[in-house]
Design a protein around this ligand. Structure first.
Ligand code: NAD
Length: 483
């Protein structure tokens, strides 16, 4: 039987849900059952053009509001999102297999994020007077213009919030393009935006796939792209934005190192095996998937991580006691499985996992896997796998651990674990990456987040989050000679 909640044919444009121009559809597949359960419209160039046109028309009035008034809209959006936490959590879980307990926790983030950005709007100073070497100057901070926000499937709502929160606070208008896999939960976001009462055109949402995203990037009236996703897509987007001199921020992939110091207490480290190494069944950009262990404790640490992962509940995402679920889709499942074969052929040894978990005939499940006897030149140690797969490498000195950690094309996360937090922080200072945690898993929203090297450029969150959504204009004047 068709469930209408799961089938949508519109986009959210100019404050209303409008039918898509074409009949092209995205089929939504439940990764736990491999069955199609819903569908959304695959947006085309005409849909994108309508949305950008609406955003462009709304820009002058929206950017002319007092920043605090924009903050008030963001607070209303936070309230409207808060009411929808449960339904969004259930929808995301069905779309991408995020276990429901984690999905609920993740949906708590956007309301808090929108309130945080509302606070930044309240404090936003759109014009500053400076006395210069030759008279007065007025530095205006103007919104960059229409922003295209393109997000992946693994944390769709927080990642939308991280982009459009600061964009709207700064006076930009937005067109959101969720990933095809999570195009259904985006409707609850659009409904929340409608309920918050944004003026028509300030917030727009187009469902679709890669081609839809590319149309948004190419659109001449889009001034900035805020993107989270793969390094491959990020490179294509950066090239296009470079050609057009568009502003762009990119949050991309990672292969982050977690260094356990020689005094680590494994019982204290245990929660981080789940929250820092394999959150969202390993499908988290910042996951610490390359573990560095002191050689004298190597076997003990390998076994501890393997035992912890093996004994952590895996199964149906709708069961709140499960921590691991299926991977998002068939291609991700096949990709992760191919890395398991690759690791064996490279000479690494599987300690636990290594294939489908027992008792699962359906669904894109991969057993949490730990590789040992890994060297940093192996592809399983260098490439982002994006699944519940951990490689553990030994080190003989802190210098060597840091050298291995930094020998990566990526630089998004990193972690150091030790009861001596000052010693761990000194090690963290030497890791070349956008963020490094010390005895912690996730990054708080009031500090900058982002990557370097192939993990991207630009920062989200933190007190300066509005900066990438503004451009400055300088008005300077010299005293009139006759005055
Ligand atoms: P993806 O790059 O294939 O897709 C991400 C989004 O971009 C989707 O909405 C997609 O439709 C769109 N897209 C893809 N190619 C495009 C193009 N050429 N032009 C415009 N839009 C395009 O990534 P994915 O498979 O959806 O997500 C997984 C990847 O995202 C992983 O590599 C992961 O590390 C990364 N990620 C990074 C962060 C971070 O904050 N750094 C967070 C989450 C995920």
């Amino acid at each position: 039987m068709t469930d209408d909640r799961y089938h949508r044919s519109e986009h959210f444009i100019n404050g209303e849900f409008r039918p898509a121009h074409s009949n092209a559809r995205i089929e939504l597949v439940d990764p736990a059952t491999e069955e199609v359960f819903g569908s959304t419209a695959f947006g085309d160039a005409a849909d994108v053009d309508d949305a950008v046109r609406a955003a462009k028309a709304a820009l002058p009035a929206w950017s002319a509001l007092e920043p605090k008034e924009r903050g008030d809209y963001l607070r209303k959006l936070a309230d409207a999102m808060e009411k929808r936490i449960d339904v969004i959590a259930e929808t995301v879980s069905k779309e991408n297999g995020t276990p429901i307990s984690l999905s609920k926790a993740m949906q708590g983030m956007p309301p808090a994020n929108y309130r945080y950005f509302a606070g930044l709007a309240d404090a936003f100073v759109p014009e500053e007077h400076r006395e210069t070497m030759a008279g007065d100057a007025f530095i205006q901070r103007m919104p960059v213009g229409v922003v295209g926000a393109i997000v992946p499937w693994n944390g769709p709502q927080p990642l939308i919030a991280w982009k459009i929160g600061p964009a709207l606070a700064a006076g930009c208008t937005v067109v959101v393009k969720p990933a095809a896999e999570t195009s259904l939960d985006a409707f609850y976001f659009a409904e929340a935006a409608q309920e918050a009462g944004f003026p028509p055109g300030v917030v727009n949402m187009i469902t679709g796939g890669r081609e839809t995203g590319a149309k948004l990037v190419e659109h001449p009236d889009v001034a900035k792209i805020a993107f989270t996703g793969s390094t491959r897509a990020g490179r294509q987007i950066a090239e296009q934005c470079g050609k057009d001199f568009k502003h762009v921020t990119l949050e991309l992939g990672g292969k982050s190192a977690g260094i356990l110091l020689d005094d680590v207490v494994l019982e204290d480290f245990k929660p981080f095996v789940m929250s820092a190494l394999t959150p969202n069944t390993g499908q988290t950009c910042r996951a610490l998937t390359r573990i560095l262990a002191p050689r004298e404790r190597y076997d003990e640490i390998v076994d501890f991580i393997a035992d912890t992962m093996k004994s952590t509940p895996l199964g149906e995402p709708s069961n709140p006691s499960n921590f691991y679920g299926p991977l998002v889709n068939k291609s991700q499942y096949e990709k992760v499985m191919s890395y398991l074969d690759l690791g064996k052929s490279e000479g690494a040894e599987i300690v636990t996992g290594g294939g489908r978990p027992e008792g699962f005939d359906k669904g894109y499940y991969v057993a949490p896997t730990v590789f040992k006897n890994v060297t940093n030149d192996m592809r399983i140690a260098r490439e982002e796998i994006f699944g519940p797969v951990i490689v553990v490498m030994p080190y003989d000195s802190i210098d060597e651990a840091i050298e291995i950690a930094n020998d990566s094309e990526y630089g998004l996360g990193g972690g150091v674990f030790s009861p001596d937090e000052d010693r761990a922080t000194d090690v963290a200072r030497r890791i070349v990456s956008g963020t490094v945690s010390v005895n912690a898993a996730s990054c708080p929203m009031d500090v900058p987040f982002g990557g370097i090297k192939n993990s991207g450029m630009g920062r989200e969150l933190g007190p300066d989050a509005l900066e990438p959504y503004t451009v400055t204009k300088t008005i300077f004047r010299t005293p009139v000679a006759s005055a």
